[in-house]
Design a protein around this ligand. Structure first.
Ligand code: AMP
Ligand code: MN
Ligand code: MN
Ligand code: MN
Length: 285
């Protein structure tokens, strides 16, 4: 159970991935994933497709979502696992969270136009599989396609982040709301890729304490953006706070993502895997 090849974080064309839920299910099977969750940003529109495709592919499935949250002046992500994707309050909350994206995309394009990069809105929209979900990733891919940058990582170093052209601040959901929606939909809330946030020690402690106070129960220990130091650090924090440990590649696209679907190492010993607590929510293949 502890050694299970679980991949509980990835993205499809429903958000900013380039593979469909069906293609991801096939890839999960081909890569030996035993338990899979699709966690599109702020959107559960791919969940029934993913569950059906996982069953056809012989892979156990957990429903999922990755919610954008504003906390202490930064954007963070909270993953919900084992949710009922059709829960009404979750749907309303996610629709509200997606609501500002079109306006923000226009402002991002205006900001890029001011440094001579024109046509970004149309470019990003054309790459988005879901018109309601134009993300920075779609802008980044368009900027690679036009030759502005060599790869999406370079785009995020030079553009689209705070202090750089194309960055537009956005008010996402509150931590309290996001954890509440996940809980209300029968799921477990997990702090996604904590090693990516630029918090000082006090802010990071506040994040974990408030998250737990609102009913959050898990943390991603293994994710593509964690190096060995991050894995050790968040393993220790998981134990200290009594949090369940999760494992997810955050796979978005072949050739773009650093870690392939299902290709992370196994969880360090001594951690309680989040899937142990989600047994009743698993859709068995
Ligand atoms: P958005 O929700 O529109 O702000 O877009 C966030 C998405 O941009 C994330 O989910 C990642 O897929 C992508 N992203 C953010 N930072 C980076 C980065 N440094 N390198 C590559 N992709 C990134
Ligand atoms: Mn993404
Ligand atoms: Mn994320
Ligand atoms: Mn993600």
């Amino acid at each position: 159970m502890h050694q299970l090849n679980a991949d509980l974080h990835c993205h499809s064309t429903v958000s900013d991935g380039t593979l469909t839920p069906e293609q991801l299910a096939q890839r999960a099977r081909d890569n030996g994933v035993a338990l899979w969750a699709l966690t599109d940003h702020d959107e559960t529109g791919g969940q029934h497709r993913a569950a059906a495709a996982a069953r056809d592919a012989g892979v156990d499935y957990l429903s999922g979502v990755e919610i954008s949250v504003s906390f202490a002046g930064q954007t963070i992500h909270i993953v919900g696992l084992g949710i009922d994707p059709d829960d009404a309050a979750l749907q309303t909350g996610l629709a509200d969270t997606r609501d500002g994206r079109a306006r923000r995309a226009r402002a991002m394009a205006d900001s890029l136009a001011a440094v001579g990069i024109t046509g970004a809105l149309e470019g990003a929209q054309a790459l988005a599989g879901n018109p309601g979900m134009v993300t920075r990733t779609h802008f980044a891919r368009w900027m690679v396609s036009t030759g502005v940058c060599r790869d999406t990582h370079e785009v995020f170093r030079r553009y689209l982040v705070r202090g750089k052209p194309g960055y537009v601040p956005q008010q996402w959901a509150t931590l309290h709301s996001a954890v509440g929606w996940i809980h209300g939909a029968g799921g477990i809330a997990v702090i996604a890729h904590p090693g990516r946030y630029k918090y000082n020690a006090t802010e990071e402690r506040a994040l974990f304490e408030e998250f737990k106070h609102h009913g959050g129960r898990g943390v991603e220990v293994l994710t593509a953006s964690h190096d060995a130091g991050d894995v050790a650090r968040y393993s220790a924090i998981a134990k200290q706070h009594g949090l369940l440990a999760s494992r997810g590649s955050d796979f978005h696209s072949p050739g773009e993502s650093r870690v392939e679907l299902g290709a992370l190492p196994t969880l360090p010993a001594g951690l309680m895997p989040v899937w142990v607590e989600l047994q009743s929510r698993i859709v068995r293949a």
